[in-house]
Design a protein around this ligand. Sequence first.
Ligand SMILES: Nc1nc2c(ncn2[C@@H]2O[C@H](COP(=O)(O)OP(=O)(O)O)[C@@H](O)[C@H]2O)c(=O)[nH]1
Ligand SMILES: [Mg+2]
Length: 344
Amino acid sequence: MNVMNRPGESANRSLEDMMLAAVEGDRLALARMLTMVERGGDSSAEVARVSYRSKQRGQTVGITGAPGAGKSTLVEKLISVAREGGKSQVAVIAVDPTSPFSGGAILGDRIRMQSHAGDKGVFIRSMASRGHLGGLSIAVPEAMRLLEAAGMDPVIVETVGVGQVEIEVASATDTTVVVLNPGWGDAIQANKAGILEIADILVVNKADRPGAKDAVRDLQQMLDMAFSLGIHPRAMTKSTGASQEMWRPPVLETVASTGEGIPELWSAVENHRVYLEESGEGTLRRRKRAERSIALVLEAEMAKQLERIRSGHMYVSLVDATESGHSDPYEAAEKLMREADSGR
Ligand SMILES: Nc1nc2c(ncn2[C@@H]2O[C@H](COP(=O)(O)OP(=O)(O)O)[C@@H](O)[C@H]2O)c(=O)[nH]1
Ligand SMILES: [Mg+2]
């Protein structure tokens, strides 16, 4: 475990100390811990040991939608409104699957969010989508948890909603905002991709362009349909409260470039937080997220174990034995599993 012994880093600084420093506002400590999360394996396990034991919670907000929909512009404006509304520690994770390190999109996001560069209450971090086993789907939830533990609230995650993984990541937040644009078929496309189902809040951004009202109407109709048929996943959510009202995703219009509609969007985000708390849905979602995180780590561990088994001597000899008629696949697998268990 050499991650703690890199030149320039204090060799004996424990993760607990780093966490304490991060909570007290040491951004360098926080950034280092995030790097460890991205690195994966043992180093992310070390961070998880402290971050997952923190009682500190913040609202995690996923922002997803097609490239160019205006997500980064929206986030930039949302940060301002949240800060003005009294949020003292706002974090943003910008994930881009296409350009992990030097790509244009992240660079663009950086420039776009530059207006917050001098604000100590804002922490912005780009995250590589590749990196370690399970990649994005493991690293981002761990990073969110770390930022929450460090006292960040809200923790906003911007993903490009093109792939299943990105949708998964965005929907693994407390509140998921889906960003669409006016224009024929955008809403229908999103519906087909299953992206509407994960939305807690729907945003038609670029409402300065023609067709915004039509897009809003299309979305409302789709929601009407899904809710009346009871097929909308949010409609099926069993809440723990007895007389709990259902959350119907609001459909909002924004012009991110001018900031129009952003205060309303922030209000919707805050309303959703209240809903999550009062309905018990928030706890359910967090539980689901914990379950998923464990499952992903378990999968990765199992894959490693399988790799170990298949590279062992016993494997080769059992292949020979099966081929020559001295064993069979079932017996071979059983023997290998027993051997792996005893070898722990
Ligand atoms: N006309 C108009 N352009 C916008 C609006 N919001 C963002 N844009 C522009 O759309 C482009 C893509 O925005 P960006 O935030 O990078 O989109 P992202 O890829 O979803 O993060 C940029 O040139 C923005 O200036 C809007 O509300 N109206
Ligand atoms: Mg962006």
